[in-house]
Design a protein around this ligand. Structure first.
Ligand code: HEC
Length: 93
């Protein structure tokens, strides 16, 4: 999970610094990691959050490849909401 934080930070920095290729590659990795995260819990709601994050990371990767900064910021914020939504429900402490 610390890996997701690292990737998410790289993506946000990349959008601001306009290092589009690196940010896009972090977004593709985030999508793949989230596919794996799906299997870390049997709860359907957990899996739905993981699936949504993965799909949104794919969309974000495509936006980053097109170097669209405002759309990328919006898509990254949407991903951040899914991180929080899953944590609110499933993360202890
Ligand atoms: C599908 C659910 C889910 C999603 C989506 C999710 N997380 Fe988590 N996250 C957890 C759970 C559950 C924990 C509690 C520790 C554990 O079980 O690994 C956690 C813990 C963490 C931690 C605490 C450190 C650690 O390794 O335990 C960080 C940092 C973190 N998540 C970052 C993120 C970021 C950034 C995102 C979005 C890009 C994200 N997470 C998306 C479920 C999720």
């Amino acid at each position: 999970m610390a890996g997701q934080r690292k990737l998410y930070a790289e993506i946000k920095d990349g959008i601001l610094d306009k290092t589009w290729e690196e940010a896009a590659s972090s977004a593709w990795i985030l999508a793949e990691i989230s596919n794996v995260n799906h299997y870390q819990n049997d709860a359907p709601e957990y899996q739905k959050f993981a699936d949504r994050l993965s799909a949104d990371a794919v969309s974000l990767a495509r936006i980053l490849e097109k170097k669209e900064q405002p759309a990328a910021l919006e898509a990254a914020a949407k991903i951040g909401q899914t991180c929080s939504a899953c944590h609110d429900k499933f993360k202890k402490e």
